[in-house]
Design a protein around this ligand. Structure first.
Ligand SMILES: [Ca+2]
Length: 182
């Protein structure tokens, strides 16, 4: 978009994620210049590379796959299902603000990735997400980036990454970053 003063030009998609924040999705090598006041919250980044399950709890049918990192852009460990039952990883944080997850899909097995949030770890609601177009890596695998489309409700303390539907190893959670509020 372009302001009347022509001092703010942005030609990519702009998402109004809720009534208090925006998400800008820019092509690589974009240059962003901003003049004005920026009000920021203190956000603590949390990352799990899924080399093990030390940072999460998970369903019984999830395991860490460390084979063939060369198929996954060098990623050394991914969580995958070993059955077609629903499989999930759950993270507990003090105050969930958002997430960005990397999932690898094998050719033809799209969908079946969703995200749920909870304030108590018992009652779950779906958190709407968006994803970028998948990018081919190797041997039939595609890398896809998922992120929250709306800000989680105030008081959210749990995030569940849910794999469902047909297939098992064909979807693998490679990495997730979570923004945690104060
Ligand atoms: Ca990983």
């Amino acid at each position: 978009m372009t302001t009347a003063s022509n001092r703010w030009q942005e030609e990519s998609d702009v998402y109004n994620t809720d009534n208090s924040s925006f998400r800008f999705v820019l092509p690589p090598k974009s240059v962003v210049t901003f003049t004005g006041q920026v009000i920021t919250e203190i956000i603590t980044p949390f990352n799990d590379a899924l080399n093990n399950f030390s940072k999460s709890t998970q369903s019984q049918n999830l395991v860490i796959d460390t084979t063939k990192p060369n198929y996954f852009n060098g990623d050394a460990g991914r969580a995958k299902r070993v059955s077609e039952s629903d499989g999930y990883v759950v993270y507990q944080v003090t105050d969930l603000k958002g997430f960005s997850a990397i999932v690898y899909h094998h050719t033809g097995v799209w969908g079946g990735v969703s995200f749920q949030v909870s304030s108590d770890g018992n009652s779950w609601t779906t958190l709407p997400h968006e994803s970028f177009n998948s990018v081919y890596s190797s041997m039939g695998w595609y890398r896809k980036n998922y992120f929250n489309r709306i800000t989680p409700p105030v008081g959210t303390k749990y995030l569940k990454v849910l794999f469902s539907g047909a297939g098992a190893w064909e979807k693998q959670l490679a990495d997730i970053s979570i923004a945690v509020g104060p």
